[in-house]
Design a binder for this molecule. Sequence first.
Ligand code: KIV
Length: 273
Amino acid sequence: MSVHAEARKVTTHTLQEMKRAGEPITMLTAYDYSLAKLVDAGGVDVILVGDSASNVMAGQVTTVPITLDHMIYHAQCVQRAVDRALIVVDLPFGSYQGNSKQALDSSIRIMKEAEAHAVKLEGGSEVVESIRRILTAGIPVMGHLGLTPQSIYKFGTYTVRAKEDEEAEKLLADARLLEEAGCFALVLEKIPRELAARVAQELSIPVIGIGAGPDVDGQVLVLHDMLGITMDFSPRFLRRYLNLADSIEGAITAYCADVRSKDFPNEEESYSS
Ligand code: KIV
């Protein structure tokens, strides 16, 4: 029986066993109860309550404005829905960069108030002290390197990261550091596939890619992008599995037409005394 097919909840150890067995790890974002229930039922291994909620749920241009309270609210909604997947929650911008005590306090709030299973934060050597401190409390940490959207105002663009040797070397060194510090997994966002493959091969912890090519241990996408709800975002790495924007708009237009023409509700949809 494959590691994935076992009828038990996914833990950080399951993911590490999956890497050893060469079994690809599936990860998607979710931010609310109803969609998280469907994502979990669909069999995804990891649900990320991503700070991309700032974009897809709140309509913000970047992930910078979302707060710890917002993240906890989304994580609580997801947690109520999920039976099987491992729930990882993003530490939002401003909730961990101050110092390691702040990082630990924010992580404890996420674990206690949302009953999450792990936290994720962006960065390498700059945040390793915070990662170590969070781990002292027994809270699993997922790292995130490459394109780190919380630093958008430093990068200036969302283009592919680590194409030049110097940045690629820093990314490799950071990846090793995060593994040594005790991260249970690492997300690599929007970097060349060859570099991602090298990181996945060198590290013994699972490496999960988004725009990092096929030679890593798993893949993650933003749910609203892969379902075709958000249509204004079309990076090369995105595969859309549905075009829900059109279906939803079509359903709403049909509903409005039915109400306006008094076709809805009909006899069968009405109660009689
Ligand atoms: O917030 C998010 O959705 C993420 C993924 C892009 C990995 O961090």
